[in-house]
Design a protein. Sequence first.
Length: 159
Amino acid sequence: MTEPAPRPAPGIDRDIYPMPAFVKFEAADLPATTRWYEAAGFVVLAAMPGPGDATMLVHLRRQRHQDILVVPARGAATGGLRVIMAAGGDDLAQRAADLAAAPGGTVEGPAPTPWRSTDLTLTDPDGNVVVLTEPRLAEIETDTAWSDMVRGSIGRPVS
Protein backbone atom coordinates (compact mmCIF):
# COMPACT_ATOMS: atom_id res chain seq x y z
CA MET A 1 0.00 0.00 0.00
CA THR A 2 1.33 3.43 -0.95
CA GLU A 3 1.35 6.09 1.74
CA PRO A 4 -0.52 9.29 0.83
CA ALA A 5 1.56 12.39 0.16
CA PRO A 6 1.93 14.51 3.31
CA ARG A 7 -0.35 17.56 3.60
CA PRO A 8 1.61 20.35 5.34
CA ALA A 9 -0.14 22.41 8.00
CA PRO A 10 -1.27 25.91 6.98
CA GLY A 11 1.27 28.69 7.52
CA ILE A 12 4.49 26.64 7.42
CA ASP A 13 7.40 28.91 8.32
CA ARG A 14 10.82 27.90 6.98
CA ASP A 15 12.72 30.90 8.41
CA ILE A 16 15.86 30.20 10.38
CA TYR A 17 15.86 31.99 13.76
CA PRO A 18 16.91 31.37 17.37
CA MET A 19 14.15 29.10 18.69
CA PRO A 20 12.63 30.45 21.93
CA ALA A 21 11.43 26.95 22.83
CA PHE A 22 11.42 23.46 21.31
CA VAL A 23 11.08 19.83 22.30
CA LYS A 24 13.49 17.00 21.57
CA PHE A 25 12.11 13.50 21.04
CA GLU A 26 14.00 10.24 20.62
CA ALA A 27 13.04 7.84 17.84
CA ALA A 28 13.73 4.13 17.51
CA ASP A 29 13.33 4.45 13.72
CA LEU A 30 14.19 8.01 12.65
CA PRO A 31 12.91 7.75 9.04
CA ALA A 32 9.59 6.15 10.10
CA THR A 33 9.00 8.71 12.86
CA THR A 34 9.84 11.53 10.44
CA ARG A 35 7.28 10.23 7.89
CA TRP A 36 4.66 10.04 10.65
CA TYR A 37 5.25 13.69 11.63
CA GLU A 38 5.01 14.71 7.98
CA ALA A 39 1.53 13.12 7.95
CA ALA A 40 0.83 15.24 11.05
CA GLY A 41 1.52 18.38 8.99
CA PHE A 42 5.15 19.00 9.93
CA VAL A 43 7.86 19.62 7.34
CA VAL A 44 11.50 18.63 7.58
CA LEU A 45 13.32 21.91 8.01
CA ALA A 46 16.72 20.18 8.23
CA ALA A 47 18.16 16.67 8.42
CA MET A 48 21.64 16.97 9.91
CA PRO A 49 24.21 14.29 9.13
CA GLY A 50 26.30 12.62 11.76
CA PRO A 51 29.14 10.09 11.72
CA GLY A 52 29.05 7.86 8.66
CA ASP A 53 26.60 10.32 7.03
CA ALA A 54 23.65 8.82 8.94
CA THR A 55 21.09 11.43 10.03
CA MET A 56 21.74 12.46 13.64
CA LEU A 57 18.98 15.09 13.99
CA VAL A 58 15.77 15.93 12.16
CA HIS A 59 14.37 19.41 12.69
CA LEU A 60 10.60 19.37 12.16
CA ARG A 61 8.33 22.41 12.05
CA ARG A 62 4.64 23.21 11.61
CA GLN A 63 4.23 26.94 12.19
CA ARG A 64 6.56 29.57 13.61
CA HIS A 65 7.90 28.49 17.02
CA GLN A 66 6.43 24.97 16.62
CA ASP A 67 9.67 23.03 16.42
CA ILE A 68 10.42 19.41 17.26
CA LEU A 69 13.93 17.99 17.10
CA VAL A 70 14.04 14.22 16.64
CA VAL A 71 17.21 12.26 17.34
CA PRO A 72 17.99 8.55 17.14
CA ALA A 73 17.31 6.81 20.44
CA ARG A 74 20.26 5.45 22.37
CA GLY A 75 18.77 2.06 23.13
CA ALA A 76 14.99 1.85 23.49
CA ALA A 77 13.09 5.07 22.77
CA THR A 78 11.82 6.45 26.07
CA GLY A 79 8.70 8.29 24.80
CA GLY A 80 6.25 9.85 27.21
CA LEU A 81 6.98 13.52 26.51
CA ARG A 82 4.00 15.80 25.76
CA VAL A 83 3.70 19.17 24.04
CA ILE A 84 0.66 21.25 23.11
CA MET A 85 0.67 23.40 19.98
CA ALA A 86 -1.89 25.70 18.38
CA ALA A 87 -3.53 24.02 15.40
CA GLY A 88 -3.38 27.35 13.55
CA GLY A 89 -6.47 26.82 11.44
CA ASP A 90 -5.61 23.26 10.44
CA ASP A 91 -8.68 21.11 9.72
CA LEU A 92 -8.36 18.73 12.69
CA ALA A 93 -10.87 16.19 11.37
CA GLN A 94 -8.96 15.98 8.08
CA ARG A 95 -5.65 15.80 9.95
CA ALA A 96 -7.02 12.87 11.99
CA ALA A 97 -8.01 11.14 8.74
CA ASP A 98 -4.54 11.78 7.27
CA LEU A 99 -2.94 10.19 10.34
CA ALA A 100 -5.33 7.23 10.36
CA ALA A 101 -3.81 6.29 7.00
CA ALA A 102 -0.22 6.73 8.26
CA PRO A 103 1.55 3.76 9.82
CA GLY A 104 3.05 4.00 13.29
CA GLY A 105 1.43 6.31 15.80
CA THR A 106 -2.12 6.83 16.99
CA VAL A 107 -4.60 9.70 16.96
CA GLU A 108 -7.48 10.58 19.31
CA GLY A 109 -10.12 13.15 18.47
CA PRO A 110 -10.73 15.79 17.52
CA ALA A 111 -12.52 16.25 20.83
CA PRO A 112 -14.01 19.30 22.58
CA THR A 113 -12.56 20.50 25.89
CA PRO A 114 -14.38 22.31 28.73
CA TRP A 115 -12.21 25.40 28.09
CA ARG A 116 -13.69 25.99 24.61
CA SER A 117 -11.06 24.39 22.41
CA THR A 118 -11.00 21.32 20.21
CA ASP A 119 -7.98 19.05 20.66
CA LEU A 120 -6.42 16.42 18.43
CA THR A 121 -4.07 14.18 20.41
CA LEU A 122 -1.27 12.59 18.39
CA THR A 123 0.95 9.86 19.82
CA ASP A 124 4.01 9.21 17.69
CA PRO A 125 5.46 5.72 17.07
CA ASP A 126 7.78 6.20 20.08
CA GLY A 127 5.08 7.24 22.58
CA ASN A 128 5.59 11.03 22.52
CA VAL A 129 2.42 13.11 22.45
CA VAL A 130 1.64 16.26 20.46
CA VAL A 131 -1.73 17.90 21.09
CA LEU A 132 -2.99 20.24 18.38
CA THR A 133 -5.54 22.64 19.86
CA GLU A 134 -7.91 25.02 18.12
CA PRO A 135 -10.12 27.55 19.98
CA ARG A 136 -13.87 27.34 19.35
CA LEU A 137 -14.15 31.08 18.70
CA ALA A 138 -17.89 31.12 17.98
CA GLU A 139 -18.60 29.65 21.44
CA ILE A 140 -16.15 31.98 23.14
CA GLU A 141 -17.73 35.04 21.50
CA THR A 142 -21.32 34.05 22.31
CA ASP A 143 -20.84 32.76 25.88
CA THR A 144 -20.31 36.05 27.70
CA ALA A 145 -20.55 34.45 31.17
CA TRP A 146 -17.68 32.10 30.32
CA SER A 147 -15.62 34.91 28.77
CA ASP A 148 -16.20 37.09 31.85
CA MET A 149 -15.09 34.19 34.10
CA VAL A 150 -11.88 33.79 32.11
CA ARG A 151 -11.09 37.51 32.24
CA GLY A 152 -11.93 37.58 35.96
CA SER A 153 -9.52 34.73 36.67
CA ILE A 154 -6.45 36.69 35.54
CA GLY A 155 -4.32 37.46 38.58
CA ARG A 156 -6.59 35.41 40.86
CA PRO A 157 -4.72 33.66 43.70
CA VAL A 158 -4.64 29.88 43.58
CA SER A 159 -6.69 28.36 46.37
